[in-house]
Design a protein. Sequence first.
Length: 297
Amino acid sequence: MSAQATDITPAPSTRGGGLRHKLPGSLAWHIGSLLVLAVILYPVIWVIGGSFKKSEDIVGSLDLFPGDPIISNYTSLADGIADISISTFFYNSLFLGVGSVIGILASCSLTAYAFARIKFAGRNLLFTLMIGTLLLPYHVLLIPQYVLFRNMEMINTYTPLLLGKYLATEAFFVFLMVQFMRNMPKELDEAARLDGCGHFRIYWSIMLPLCRPALITSAIFTFINSWNDFMGPLIYLNEPDKYTVSLGLKMFVDQDAVANYGGMIAMSLVALLPVLAFFLAFQRYLIDGMATSGLKG
């Protein structure tokens, strides 16, 4: 029996031509990305270079790095500002940051559980009103709040800066946790009630562990916002020994009408370290939570 011959000659490869067509587009994309990265990193590089310059060489200078770098801007931080140690500012900011994180996680998670898992009269109306507070500018409430705390004799204390965190006034974090809790299966609540658990036990033993991604996200943003807050401490704090890092940076310019830009830039870089360390410490949990937050059942 004769077998019909089959033409198995391979077709000419087009791989090389495809690469030649893709190369210009890929090259342009990488060049554009590098240009955008350079624009984004320019302020950071300028600040790093400025921390090694003399104060008189910072303003008006176009050089990123000095020809004769100095480290006195960093060593002078040990002397403090106006007889106040730099560690005092960092301790005050750390106290407010940690206190704000604890208050936000406790109050907002409890409020979110009530909105997401408990049915009560007026729940939708109250939730809508809470979301509506996001539309109010901060400056609209500034004067009434100041008058209230002044009448309560709480000016020059940390109470005005922390009290709202423990009363679930941050609607954004409440909304974030509500949306996360609503995605939890209702069967979890039903199974817990069959075992005799009440609302607080369900909230503490089931909802909080499962809402770890939302809690960590709220903690990161709360700490960063509290650490960088300038307006709040400026209004409510009067004594320099109670100042935060943001107000301490301001003292470099106002002290004796002499602007110590070198020291201010050096301290601003040092002030970034706690925020960076806090973010890096919880980044792994944040990424893990984002990877699993879409799973149900």
